[in-house]
Design a protein around this ligand. Structure first.
Ligand code: ADP
Ligand code: MG
Length: 680
């Protein structure tokens, strides 16, 4: 690439050491970074308003165009503070320009000359004023001005000049990262044109054209990095399995698999039989029955003589999977073991040696599975459930166990297709888009706190019918905010409204053993009602539970509400979800309306992504998503697909990106991979 792009901004005209330091604060060190420091908005000076039509005191700055009628003598308010005034008109009305201290600026303004002003209108109805406006000559060529995100000490003017100089510096030379055939095929403008037009567009259209090119760059380079990395990894399978008789498994199931489950299991089986290592994501809505698919895959591996492990993010879930796997597989002669952090050191040791000796065919556990001291025996399949709750390193550590085992990832919540493609870029995807037969839709109602009593009356009716229920609160302990906290709420309900029922309490600050005990008694029907925090969110399965009440529902994201709601509707009885909130802001109403109107997790996920953006979709924790500057994953899916196709083609011809024409791409991809955590 153009060598000048790598130069430090210090050497740029109009920057220097001091400003370079400020720029570093916003992540800009070299010329290339500066060109990638895109405006967050534009000021369009080409459409001025009439002064007469403007009202004083508006929040938004305005654009006016006119001439200076006269300059008033300066007023010295106090030492070192001078105010300059000039009267300005656009022939509909006058306004007074107020300039503080800038003698030079004031002296350049000429009576009779035309200017464009940009600023907030102040003063009063009798005398409109504009304090310290941005002033442009009326014949200015640059009627669309970039507005940059700033940091203290850095002004729009400094940035505009620096970027201008940077573009001028590099524009003489060939500066292009994109192979010509890609550029031509998608009729993208050149990189230098894109830089010119994203920073200094002549029209909004040309800015959009520039954006299109730059968005493509971001997504294309990301897709290329994913494809490149996948090629680098050893993809050949160390465990090429043979087809085995699965009829025992199917016959022992208490139900028939749905078509989608069968398809997903087939995908897994084909994957494990292929000469390539399997890397598969199983996506399905809550309650779609992913666990049994995983069990089928583990059974298949076992019949081939291999060990599998299943990692869940919490003790409750690991325990539940352990039970499910045992129920499904032990009658078929599969030995299932459980390894979690809460075992006594002695039991843990015994468990570890049994795993290493191959005394278990399927090992279920929490992140305890990835500890150094766990050695597996002929481990050929690693299944992780609720994947995105694990950190990037944890995932990598488990995959590194054994000798490149096959991998199945089960996602907890439906993920919009775009996010799945990007976040799980190197994985093949199976989607379970069908619920088991006989499932009833969950009726969802959003109500205000005023009708809580009635809602609880309804809960009682369910309990009296022999069903069970959940009440979910966002906080564990009493907080300053007016949030229902689970502990005191539990006491309140137990001693009040629900005194005739058996209540359980579940929250994240309890020990694993305590949580397990509560969960067990709830599952066994010893408790009627579970008052809980979002601990119950993750995959807890009690088919007899038919009602869930969510307090302060506005505090949860859409996908999280959907996940919580998925705790009910798991059996054949009609189920209900009541969302309580006193927050009536339009945004909250919109969310709750949406969730009340559909049970389709994929649709909800799409909306959630639109409302919250990709970063927040997975929650505030490390989400491992690349941080794109312009690309928006909820909008640019088609562009991403195009980029992916192009990237695959390039990698197919030049897997190591070693050809001279791909040198620049190689540089960019290496840079992206170095940043590491940006990708899964
Ligand atoms: P999730 O996809 O949310 O992890 P689970 O695997 O926990 O869902 O399954 C939800 C419930 O549905 C479980 O009680 C499970 O036994 C049941 N189930 C799974 N598959 C079927 C099926 N094909 N027919 C009937 N019930 C099923
Ligand atoms: Mg599950």
């Amino acid at each position: 690439m153009n060598e000048k792009l790598e130069r430090s901004v210090v050497y740029l005209k109009g920057v220097g050491p001091k400003r370079a330091e400020l720029l570093e604060k916003v992540g800009v060190t070299n010329i290339y970074d500066l060109l990638g420091y895109y405006p967050r908005d534009y000021i369009d000076l080409s459409v001025p308003s009439e002064i007469r039509s403007l009202t004083v005191g508006g929040e938004e700055p305005v654009v006016v165009r006119g001439r200076i009628v006269r300059k008033l003598p300066p007023a010295h308010i106090r030492r070192g503070m001078t105010i300059f005034n000039a009267v300005f008109t656009d022939d509909t009305e006058d306004l007074t320009i107020i300039i503080y201290n800038q003698d030079y600026l004031f002296s350049t303004l000429k009576v009779g000359e035309s200017y464009i002003l940009y600023g907030k209108l102040t003063g009063n109805t009798f005398r409109k004023e504009m304090s310290a406006p941005a002033i442009y000559p009326a014949d200015s060529q640059d009627l669309i001005q970039p507005v940059y995100p700033l940091t203290e000490g850095l002004t729009q003017n400094v940035l505009r000049k620096a970027v201008r100089n940077a573009i001028d510096l590099v524009s003489g030379e060939v500066t292009e990262i994109m192979p010509k055939h890609v550029k031509d095929q998608l009729s993208l403008c050149s990189l230098i044109t894109a830089w010119e037009n994203i920073h200094f567009p002549k029209s909004i259209d040309s800015a959009l054209e520039a954006r299109r090119r730059l968005i493509f760059d971001e997504l294309f380079v990301h897709a290329l990095a994913v494809a490149y990395r996948r090629e680098l990894e050893n993809n050949s399978s160390n465990f090429i399995m043979k087809n085995v008789d699965m009829s025992g498994f199917y016959a022992s199931l208490p139900f028939e698999l749905t078509g989608a489950q069968e398809k997903a299991l087939d995908d897994c089986i084909v994957g494990m039989c292929s000469p390539e290592r399997m890397n598969r994501l199983i996506q399905g809505d809550v309650g779609s029955g992913k666990t049994v698919v995983a069990a089928g895959a583990a059974y298949f591996a076992h019949k081939n003589g291999f060990q599998s492990c299943v990692m869940a993010p919490t003790e409750i879930l690991a325990g539940q999977h352990y039970e499910t796997f045992r129920k499904l597989l032990e009658p078929l002669g599969v030995r299932v073991g459980l390894l979690t952090g809460s075992l006594t050191p002695k039991n843990k040791k015994e468990m570890q040696s049994a795993i290493a000796l191959g005394e278990y065919d399927v090992v279920v556990g929490t992140h305890a599975l990835i500890s150094e001291s766990v050695k597996f025996f002929r481990l050929a399949l690693v299944i992780t459930d609720e994947q995105h709750r694990f950190g990037v390193e944890q995932r990598a550590a488990l995959s590194a166990k054994g000798n490149s085992p096959h991998r199945i990832v089960m996602s907890a919540t439906p993920i919009p297709r775009t996010l799945a493609l990007i976040y799980y870029g190197e994985l093949a995807i199976s989607i379970i888009d069908e619920l088991p037969k006989g499932r009833q839709p969950i009726h969802t109602y959003a109500v205000s706190g005023g009708v809580r009593e009635r809602a609880y009356g309804f809960v009682k009716k369910q309990l009296d019918d022999g069903r069970q229920g959940y009440i979910v609160c966002p906080a564990v302990e009493e907080s300053e905010l007016d949030i229902k906290d689970v502990k005191s709420y539990y006491e309140e309900l137990k001693n009040g409204l629900f005194s005739e029922y058996k209540l359980g309490l579940l929250h994240g600050k309890m020990s694993a053993a305590e949580k397990d005990e509560v969960m067990r008694s709830f599952k066994d029907g010893e408790l009627h009602l579970l008052v809980a925090t979002t601990v119950v969110e993750v995959g807890v399965d009690v088919p007899n539970a038919t009602i869930i009440v969510i307090e302060n529902a506005d505090r949860f994201g859409l996908s999280q509400l959907h996940q919580l709601r998925g705790r009910v509707g798991r059996g054949s009885c009609e189920s209900f979800c009541i969302l309580i909130t006193d927050n009536g802001t339009p945004e909250v109403i919109k969310r709750l309306k949406l969730i009340s109107s559909t049970n389709d997790g994929f649709k909800i996920a799409d909306e959630d992504l639109k409302l919250r953006g990709p970063g927040d979709f997975f929650g505030k924790q490390q989400h491992g998503l690349p941080d794109f500057k312009l690309a928006d994953l909820s909008r640019d899916i088609n562009v991403f697909r195009q980029g992916q196709i192009m990237a695959e083609r390039i990698i197919a011809c030049d897997p190591k990106l070693s050809r001279p024409e791909n040198r620049v791409l190689n540089e960019l991809v290496s840079r992206l991979i170095e940043k590491g955590a940006e990708m899964n």
